[in-house]
Write a protein that binds this ligand. Sequence first.
Ligand code: 5RP
Length: 213
Amino acid sequence: MQREKELAAEAAASLVEDGMSVGLGTGSTVACLLPILAARRLSIRCIATSPHTEEIARQLGMRVEPFTDIANLDMAIDGADQITPDGWLVKGGGAAHTREKLVAITTARFVVIADSSKPVDVLSGPLPVELLAFGLGSTLRRLGNVTLRDLPPSPDGGIIGDYHGPLDEPRATATRLSSTPGIIEHGLFPPEMVSTAIIGRGEQVEVRNYPRS
Ligand code: 5RP
């Protein structure tokens, strides 16, 4: 799997051009991307979706800026836990899905990198969720089917858990979760958020382009 992650990361890094603003995701596939991208020595401005990614990127000499005043990004590159043929993603295995989704909707081009274990025919749980600490018991009761992870709060103070309900109708589930008070964000990313998925398969990469590409 490591080689497949590296191949996907190399292909994605080659899409980045001098002068771009780039969102950097979180996870082991992004960890492959960072040194490859840094080695290109491009003049780019980066936004990191987690303190861990930010730390590694800075150590590699990349310019990482706070995501406060920036309203547009040229490209974001991130991993995924599941990818369906029509472009639905489950993300948040690394508990960074809230920041990752904000970066994904900000960028002109959202590129997903993955090894060959990530494509699936249909999504299945668990689905990562980030919950507001205030009213947590109420949110858990209303949602049902949520377990909390034994993790410290997210960098934004959210409580990380997993939703175990069905995901066979992802749009309906995403709509329900997004409209549930107490949920900060869930890990369902719709196809309209995704431009391209680059999937390492053996010594090859499979490139899937979605409507946003
Ligand atoms: C973090 C994520 C990751 O991108 C996702 O979990 C994939 O991680 P990895 O590349 O380690 O398989 O969504 O919140």
